[in-house]
Write a protein that binds this ligand. Sequence first.
Ligand SMILES: O=C(O)[C@@H](O)[C@@H](O)[C@H](O)C(=O)CO
Length: 421
Amino acid sequence: MSTPRPTTLGVGASFGFGDRIGLATPGHLAALRQAGKGIAPIFAQQSIREMTRTSRTPEGVMGDAMDALADAHWTQPHGADADHLKTEADIDATADAGFTFFTLDPSGDVDQKADDYDAATVAAKAGKLGEAGRWIGDYVGRRVALPTGMELVFGELDVQRAAVKYGKAIDTAVRLGLYAAKVQTAAERPFEIELSVDETDQPTTLVEHYIVADQCLAGGIKLVSLAPRFIGEMEKGVDYIGDVSQLEKSLADHAAIANALGPYKLSLHSGSDKLSMYPALARATDGRFHVKTAGTSYLEAVRVAALEEPELFRDLIRFSRERYETDRATYHVHATLASAPEPSPQVADQTLQDEYLERWETVDTGRGFTKAGRQILHCTFGSVLTDPALGASLRQCLEANQATYTAVLAEHFSRHLEALR
Ligand SMILES: O=C(O)[C@@H](O)[C@@H](O)[C@H](O)C(=O)CO
């Protein structure tokens, strides 16, 4: 039986194995076979941003994943995530390549300062929204009791703020979602839609979540998953930053809304390495989650260089440090160059591995101890992979040591998947 084309996965537990290089799928598969029972995989997953930074195409991403699945004689269902789509052109490019999971990202239309406005400013801005604020009157005064015991109270200020924050973004999401549905239906191809507003500065409140999802539904968009901006910090390349017990309660309330209006999954973006919150996510959603990762597979590729070609690892660190201040611009990260050592000859190989590739506690947890080299490597993947010398050297290292890459990925992602069970 041959490897099936990507398909829709529905609202059961799923996991996205983003692969920025195109050589990680064997390791992802090994981890899934070891520890992924009951979790549906997405192997072909890249954002437009990633493909732009790595000069890859949707066809190339799809081809790399499908070739690896065929080599492994994979015959089970799998999805394909066209991630962080912002325009109709993004949808056209990825739909034609066979993607079936469309992550719509209207965050460019989210007012990311909305939580800072006082009541008068909120009211004034809401009054100027026009069509984007058409639904304000429909919600003011509502109360919705959630099975978690939480009651959603739609006060006038809360609803106005939701409109100021997400009103335009909702209309963008509906426009993109209807377009994706039209394209896929015309081509008789399967599709499912995720809405992502995770890459915004201020958390999505429960009232805002309810209104965003309810208005998507009213606009004709059936969500398979939603990525709100959760409380706490989901920074790239490091574990969750915040109080996990508070997060679990918030996740349960968000999940109750998803069940009431969907059902749809809660989607965790920047899911790489957030193992401290995985059990909470699985419990709070009762397994109705999607976890999206990508950067951590790149970091494990760098680990192969550290293990097999230490001099290449030093070159990667040196180059990444030169690029970090530029490349960090669109990512939510805290690392500074001062938080990790220069790869000077006096610094041992093992020290560099510890400082730049540690998986666990790598942020200042109040003890003044910050290891953030992972973020310096994480954010500069595009510069490295498109550098004629370094990109080629890293790929050659991985191709010469594919068994090592597969092994470190299998171990790394088995830990991720086991934490979700
Ligand atoms: O870095 C990217 O552009 C994407 O991989 C991520 O934003 C993705 O949506 C994600 O959250 C995976 O960690």
